[in-house]
Design a protein around this ligand. Structure first.
Ligand code: FES
Length: 337
C-alpha cells in the first residue's frame, strides 16, 4: 500500500515499506537527517495532517509526550494514508541529491593502519553527493546495512572511498576484514546525512577547523579537499586524533596538501602514547592550545560521541558561533546481526 506526503508545497508518493525520510530523499526533497536509525533526533518533524505509524521509533528519541503532540521521526515513521508534515526551518523541501540504490564492485582493499582498511567501490553510473555524506552498505549474505562516510570529493563520483575500522564480532567487519575481495558485488544506498560541505553559493571561504577521531577522518578528507579547491588560500586546520601511532593513516596524503595549500595545516594527536612528530593528548585540547579565537570560523567534528562533545566545547570556548559547528557522531557503526 502506498501513501502520499505533502511538505512545503510538494507532494511525494511513499511506498508501504518506506519511511517518510526515505520517500522524501528518493524524490530529491531535502530534510534534515543524520543517523537514519532513530537515535539522533535530527529528523524530528511535525505531522500537520493525517496519521503515521511510528514503527521502531525509540522512546528515548521520541517521547510519549512528543508523539501525543504530533511529532515523529521521519527516518522511522510510515504515513498511514494522506499525510502532511512540516518542520521548523526554511530549507525543508528544497531540492537535494536523490537517494538511490546502486550495485557497486569492490575495486580496492588496502590495510592502512592497525585494524583499519580502505575500501574502494566502483560504480557503473556516478552517484551525486556532497563531500562529507555517507552511504549504507548491505552486508553480502545478510539483511544488515552499515553506514560508512565517503572520503571523496563530489567530483570523485565513480569510485567511492570508505575507511573501515574493525569491530570485533561485527557483521560488516566479518566480511570487510575477512573474505572481501576485488570483484565482489555489494549493494549501496546513498547519499545520506547532513554532515557535508556547504553548497558552493553558500561557501564564503571562512576559516575551517576539522577534528576527526579514528576513521572519523574519512569525511573530513573530502570536506577539506573540497574547501581548499574552492578557496585555495583559505585557512583549514585538520586535527586527527587516535590512540596510538599505529592507528594513524593517510599522513603522507595530508602532508602533501600542506605543501600544495599554504593555508592548510595537519596535526596528529595521540592520546595513549608519545611519539616524535605527534602531539600527545586529545585533539580538541590541541586545537584550544593552538587557536586563540575561532570567531567567524566553521567547525567540523566527526568521531566517537565523547570526542565530538569535547570538540563542541572546545569550539565554543574559542568563540565559534554554534550555527557554524557541524558534527557527525560515529556510534556503534557495526555490530552483530
Ligand atoms: S533519528 Fe532520524 S535521522 Fe537520526
Amino acid at each position: 500500500m502506498s501513501a502520499a506526503i505533502s511538505v512545503a508545497g510538494r507532494r511525494v508518493e511513499c511506498a508501504g515499506d518506506q519511511s517518510i525520510l526515505e520517500a522524501l530523499l528518493r524524490a530529491g526533497v531535502w530534510m534534515p537527517n543524520s543517523c537514519n536509525q532513530g537515535t539522533c533526533g535530527t529528523c524530528k518533524l511535525q505531522v500537520v495532517r493525517g496519521e503515521v505509524d511510528h514503527t521502531e521509533s525509540p522512546l528515548e528519541t521520541l517521547t510519549a509526550d512528543e508523539r501525543a503532540g504530533g511529532l515523529a521521526l521521519a527516518c522511522q515513521a510510515r504515513p498511514l494514508g494522506e499525510t502532511e508534515v512540516a518542520l521548523r526551518g526554511s530549507e525543508m523541501g528544497r531540492t537535494t541529491h536523490v537517494l538511490r540504490d546502486l550495485t557497486a564492485t569492490v575495486v580496492g582493499v588496502e590495510d592502512i593502519a592497525r585494524d583499519t582498511r580502505r575500501i574502494l567501490l566502483g560504480l557503473e553510473e556516478p552517484l551525486a553527493f556532497s563531500a562529507g555524506q555517507y552511504v549504507e552498505l548491505l552486508v553480502p549474505g545478510t539483511s544488515e546495512r552499515r553506514p560508512y562516510s565517503l572520503a571523496n570529493t563530489a567530483e570523485e563520483d565513480k569510485v567511492l572511498e570508505l575507511h573501515v575500522r574493525r569491530v570485533p564480532g561485527g557483521v560488516a567487519s566479518d566480511w570487510l576484514f575477512g573474505p572481501v575481495a576485488a570483484g565482489d558485488r555489494v549493494e549501496v544506498r546513498g547519499p545520506l546525512g547532513d554532515f557535508h560541505v556547504p553548497d558552493p553559493e553558500k561557501d564564503e571561504g571562512e576559516p575551517m577547523v576539522l577534528i576527526g577521531g579514528g576513521t572519523g577522518l574519512a569525511p573530513l578528507i573530502g570536506i577539506a579537499r573540497t574547501a581548499l579547491e574552492r578557496h585555495p588560500k583559505r585557512l583549514v586546520a585538520l586535527y586527527h586524533g587516535v590512540r596510538h601511532e599505529a592507528d594513524l593513516y593517510d599522513v603522507d596524503r595530508l602532508e602533501e596538501l600542506t605543501i600544495r595549500y599554504r593555508g592548510f595545516s595537519f596535526v596528529t594527536v595521540l592520546s595513549r602514547e608519545s611519539a616524535p612528530g605527534h602531539r600527545h593528548g586529545y585533539a580538541p585540547d590541541a586545537f584550544v592550545e593552538d587557536v586563540a579565537s575561532a570567531r567567524g570560523w566553521s567547525g567540523w567534528l566527526c568521531g566517537p560521541p565523547a570526542m565530538v562533545e569535547a570538540g563542541v566545547k572546545a569550539f565554543k570556548r574559542r568563540r565559534m558561533a554554534p550555527r557554524l559547528i557541524h558534527r557527525e557522531k560515529f556510534t556503534a557503526a557495526d555490530g552483530p546481526a
